[in-house]
Design a protein around this ligand. Sequence first.
Ligand code: NAD
Length: 357
Amino acid sequence: MDSFEYNVNPGRIVFGSGSINKLPEEIKRLNASSPLLLSTSRGTKYTNKLAEILRRASIEPAGTFNNAVTHTPVSVTDQAMESMEQKTADCVVSIGGGSVVGLGKPLSIRTGLPHICIPTTYAGSEMTPILGETDAGKKVTRTDPNVLPAVVIYDVDLTMTLPIAVCTTSGVNAIAHAVEALYAKNTNPILSLLALEGVKVLAEALPPIIQDPSSKPTRERALYGAWLCGTCLGFSAMGLHHKICHTLGGSFGLPHAETHTIVLPHALSYNAPAIAKQMRDLATVLPDSEGDALKGLSLLLKSLNAPRALRDFGMKESDVDRAVGLVMGAQYSNPRALEREGVRELLRRAWAGETAR
Ligand code: NAD
């Protein structure tokens, strides 16, 4: 057996339908009483709902900031800090997708206040000690255990409105975390169990959501799978797939979950020659794979009507070479050495929407 190290990230998870009603208890557990509520501009309904729950428990929010946007621009965090300084907040509550979680993290770091996170997509940021921020068109990430939220509340009820297109791409985004955890340089047996279970649960739950978006048990399974996959992201060093998506999001403005969905089969295909065991393991949890993980993934993406081409999201063919340069320039571990021509072909296929092979 390979040697390994296993770290347990701190943090508390409250999972279940209706669990946002436990927010007042969670605030009190942290010895706090005056939360700042965060959302995007489209998420005011969430912060209004939280304020109502809190007031019923005699907790008055310190205020709300509804301007979170994707990729955590430092300028927006500065605005939120200004708004916070005028208030007497003693904790931060973020509710929404990764964009809102991404604002709660730097606010918590800058102020030292605890962060309660209520995710409404499957992106997984709430489970990671990673802070990604964009400044002057460049996305920079750093890892710090203090970035981890103190509490994460997973409430399936909030995800019932997640449009099918977001649900499927966000779900595949979560699967990508688990896939890369299987071959991460710091993987371990527990992580592999979580990763395979996360892929299995999501691969089973996502297609039925398309058939019946109102099915709460299926949406709940998907959220559970997303938690497992987010845990994988938080514990392990990601490889080529995540680095490519990070580059495409940060430097070309491509949308996060859609980019992960399009790139995953190509990145997996590139790494396949170096990860024979992981490919076999992955095939066991992807329905109808017949022992071939790439086939299983391709069938899953087909059943989800998932987007397949980066060019459909505004990437130009001439951007491919610039992206290759950026990807090759970054230093990170990956099971297969980075070869310029191979990476270029991977990106070209993802750009054109060709089948991974
Ligand atoms: P997002 O937060 O932008 O949400 C995607 C879309 O879904 C938005 O239009 C949003 O309004 C909508 N939405 C969210 N919840 C909804 C709901 N319940 N019902 C209806 N619509 C809903 O995107 P995301 O994919 O969740 O997160 C992406 C961001 O998170 C990126 O900035 C990415 O870099 C970051 N991220 C960071 C980490 C990390 O570890 N630091 C990990 C994953 C993602």
